[in-house]
Design a protein around this ligand. Structure first.
Ligand code: ATP
Ligand code: MG
Length: 412
């Protein structure tokens, strides 16, 4: 990628209209564009980051046995009427519209209803179970407040997986495996140490749902954390009964601010009962399917990463999600050396952003800090003469000189 060839521009200042740190930095660094409150475009480099996050989640969902598919964003009322969630006072975040041909449609805020109805065509017998379809799709929610940048959109990407099981035992086994998969996801994203399994409200069907909450002052949730136990309790279920059940006391718990990055939910037969999703068991008896849902917001995760991994100069991307590994800057007198280093890196399949623009050294270095790629390589007159390049690690700030001949070996 050559900087001179992308339309992306960095800003001298963060946009005045943004309050959330993630949106201020991402917009200034040229990763996102605010269309309106709660709706962001992902620019080419921002889209690469989002895609890296998506691919980590996708790999773990596939390993878990998930089957990727794509449901529709347009929703028909009848399936939602069947569960009582079509009226706006039942699901207040609905976006709806009128069809010219007559009738109403909704824009998907979630997908339990249409998927449960769809699965009626594929689940008939215990032999058809379990099933684990999932998707990455845009959700639309008419959120009252959208002030947290990409952490709370009115339009946002969600990975949602749904489990369809023949028994509570089959459900429970998968639920445990899903927890493990989520742990892998957050470890790979670099937030494993600060992301806690959290007991939260289970809705009408089960006592608890389980959230994954990442510690950050930018979060909107208050949770009570047992560092020793490695779990937390959301304030919505923080009662003496729950504490007792989990074998902790108030003294063990630390009040912290966190962002919900994921939520997994035992749904029981809530949706299968309302929408008649049944199967015939081994004894020939008709049974409702046991369901679960497993959500995670890649955009919210990206916002959380920026909130956590940034400093006064800009973003510090974790290696696994960075849009490229290397930010190569050509300063005056180092152009020819930079061209050859760029060619070498590219030949070896190393992702590199090459700042070949006609800009001042100061603004090139400031942009490298702002954009936050893990490693910066600088080629200047001085480095050209010594046949070395200057390597700076964004996270530690440490700098070393590296012979040009060793550059690809270092990053290969
Ligand atoms: P919140 O309580 O923060 O409004 P939620 O509990 O309504 O979220 P879920 O329905 O559990 O959200 O959605 C699953 C995941 O999707 C969340 O854990 C979060 O990562 C993401 N998500 C939810 N709402 C948004 C949003 N408005 N913008 C971006 N991501 C979101
Ligand atoms: Mg939730």
């Amino acid at each position: 990628m050559k900087f001179s060839q992308t339309f992306v521009r960095t800003g001298k200042e963060p946009p005045a209209h943004e309050v959330a740190k993630n949106a201020r930095l991402l917009a200034q660094a040229g990763y996102i564009h605010k269309e309106m409150a709660g709706a962001y475009a992902f620019l080419p480099l921002g889209f690469m980051v989002l895609d890296n996050i998506v691919n980590i989640i996708r790999e773990e969902m596939n390993r878990l046995g998930g089957e990727e598919m794509q449901l529709t964003a347009l929703q028909r009322p009848d399936v939602w009427e069947a569960t009582g969630r079509w009226p706006d006072n039942e699901l207040e975040v609905w976006f709806k519209s009128q069809l010219l041909a007559g009738g109403e449609v909704g824009l998907a805020a979630t997908h339990e209803e249409p998927l449960t109805a769809l699965m009626r065509e594929y689940i008939h017998s215990y032999r058809d179970l379990p099933a684990y379809p999932y998707q990455f799709q845009t959700k639309f929610r008419n959120e009252l407040r959208a002030k947290s940048g990409i952490m709370r959109g009115r339009e946002f990407l969600m990975k949602d997986l749904y489990s369809f099981s023949a028994s509570w035992q089959q459900h429970g086994e998968f639920y445990e495996k899903a927890k493990q998969a989520y742990t892998y996801v957050f470890d790979r994203l670099g937030i494993g140490d600060d992301t806690f399994y959290t007991y939260a409200d289970g809705g009408s069907f089960s006592q608890f749902s389980h959230e994954y909450q990442t510690l950050t002052e930018a979060g909107e949730d208050t949770i009570y954390l047992s560092r020793e136990g490695g779990f937390a309790i959301n304030e919505e279920v923080y009662t003496d009964d729950v504490l007792g059940e989990l074998g902790v006391t108030r003294d063990d718990m630390e009040e912290v601010t966190a962002a919900e990055v994921a939520n997994i939910f035992p749904l029981g037969t809530k949706f299968s009962d309302s929408l008649d999703l049944t199967f015939t068991d081994q004894d020939g008896a008709e049974q409702p399917v046991i369901m679960g849902s497993y959500g995670i917001g890649p955009g919210r995760v990206m916002g959380v990463l920026v909130e956590k991994f940034s400093d006064e100069k800009g973003i510090v991307w974790p290696q696994a999600v960075a849009p490229a590994q290397v930010h190569l800057a050509a300063l005056k007198g180092g152009e020819a050396q930079a061209d050859s280093v760029y060619a070498q890196l590219q030949e070896n399949g190393i992702r590199v952003l090459y700042d070949d623009r006609d800009e001042s050294p100061g603004s090139k270095l400031a942009d490298a800090d702002l954009m936050g790629l893990p490693t910066r390589l600088v080629c200047s007159q001085k480095t050209a003469q010594s046949e070395q390049v200057e390597v700076t690690h964004r996270a530690s700030g440490q700098t070393e000189m590296l012979p040009v001949a060793q550059v690809t070996k270092k990053f290969g």
